[in-house]
Design a protein around this ligand. Structure first.
Ligand code: SF4
Length: 400
């Protein structure tokens, strides 16, 4: 039933606060964890964002980010007449532990061990939007969950959902940083929340110190060219040789700078059945991953955020992870077999990564070196791609 409050400007009036309170209750009912409201004015740190792109820190996302920079400045570009931005935090399964930690298994960032949160949150945003449109007849809404260029963190910070941690992610004093952000734009003007004014990170630099690739050159500045999370998810090309050993077992995302955060020690996680991590999916077998053809990959990761890495990106990272642990519990024959098969894959990037991994095995398992060199030389004879050729030659130990 429409609320008695009929104006499109709720502002700070009692009526506005009543609408907001009911909206908050509805958001909790739908499974969101926290809600904050801010105005549609451009967020103050957008200049910082464009300078960050100019410094070359956006990595492979630069083109997309530049193209959408002007859209990000004003939510009106996404929904004409936007007056309020409702930001929603949704806790995810922070307790998902990489319990089967083993060198022959790949590690996936906690947020991605389960259903694709985009699907879950989009459906909830649509329901919340419909609720508001019914409560405030004539108002319009648009839900955004990574689906449109909205400066989500900036708006969320201004709406009081957390402060910027030194690894650039938002932190909430009670919930830590293991949460998703989504936004609901609306043409109705709601009472606003206020930003967290205090930087509760203090002198702590744990997230900067733990980063294996020095992807945080200064507090609150991320270099996506070096970040394992960006490299394993967004970048589907060859990985610079210098970073490969630092990947360890990460094949999709990286949680290291979150794990060390003191504020995450008591992160509540979630009981939400749609956002639970899937048991036994947190550490897939690297050998099994390397056996996935295109259709098996799509089938295995249907409805999972991991699809974003694409088959070539995920299998490339799996090959690198295997290269990092040649002497582990891993079944050496099975590992060799899977890398040799990847060496003949259709994708040159995967052939290059497999060659690099075989080169690591050649050096660390001398008994297998002749077999490895034979496989590399056979592939080199047929190889057409220059980058893959370079990797194969390096792996054999030939001059580059
Ligand atoms: Fe560094 Fe990993 Fe954090 Fe990226 S996600 S900044 S690689 S610790």
């Amino acid at each position: 039933m429409p609320l008695a409050f009929q104006e499109q400007s709720a502002d700070q009036s009692d009526g506005g606060r009543r609408v907001l309170e009911r909206l908050r209750q509805e958001s909790l009912r739908l499974g969101f964890s926290r809600l904050g409201v801010t105005t549609a004015e451009p967020p103050p740190r957008l200049d910082h964002f464009s300078k960050w792109i100019d410094r070359g820190f956006a990595g492979v996302m630069e083109g997309w980010m530049r193209r959408h920079l002007s859209l990000r400045r004003n939510p009106d570009n996404l929904l004409l007449g936007t007056r309020s931005v409702i930001m929603l935090a949704t806790d995810y399964d922070a307790r998902a532990v990489h319990s089967r930690k083993s060198p022959d298994r790949g590690q996936i960032a906690r947020y991605a061990i389960g259903r694709d949160y985009h699907d879950v949150l989009r459906s909830r945003l649509n329901q919340l939007g419909r609720w508001l449109e019914e409560a405030m007849p004539g108002c319009k809404t648009r839900g955004v969950v990574d689906s449109a260029p909205l400066a989500e963190r900036e708006f969320a910070a201004r709406a009081g959902l957390g402060w910027f941690g030194k690894n650039t992610m938002l932190i909430d004093q009670r919930a830590g940083s293991y949460f998703f952000l989504s936004g609901l734009l609306t043409t109705v003007s709601l009472p606003i929340d206020y930003p967290v004014e205090v930087d509760h990170c203090g002198t702590c630099t744990a997230c900067l110190d733990i980063c294996p690739t020095d992807a945080l050159p200064e507090p609150r500045v991320l270099d996506a060219n070096r970040c394992i999370s960006a490299l394993t998810i967004e970048d589907h090309g060859p990985v610079a040789e210098t970073f490969r050993p630092h990947f360890g077992n990460w094949i999709f995302g990286c949680d290291l700078c979150q794990e060390v955060r003191p504020w995450n020690r008591y992160a509540p996680g979630t009981e939400d059945p749609e956002l639970q991590s899937i048991e036994n999916e947190e550490m897939p077998s690297l050998v099994e991953l390397l056996s996935l053809d295109k259709s098996a990959f799509r089938k295995k990761f249907h409805g999972s955020p991991i699809l974003r890495a694409k088959r070539v990106g995920l299998l490339r990272s799996a090959a690198i992870a295997l290269g990092n642990h040649p002497l582990a519990n891993c079944d050496i024959s099975a590992g060799l077999h899977s890398l040799c098969r990847a060496l003949q894959d259709d994708e040159p990037v995967l052939r290059g990564a497999a060659a690099w991994a075989l080169g690591q095995w050649r050096q660390r398992i001398p008994t297998k070196a002749p077999q490895i060199i034979d496989a590399l030389q056979a592939q080199l004879a047929d190889e057409q791609d220059d980058s893959a050729k370079y990797e194969i030659r390096s792996a054999i130990g030939q001059s580059k």
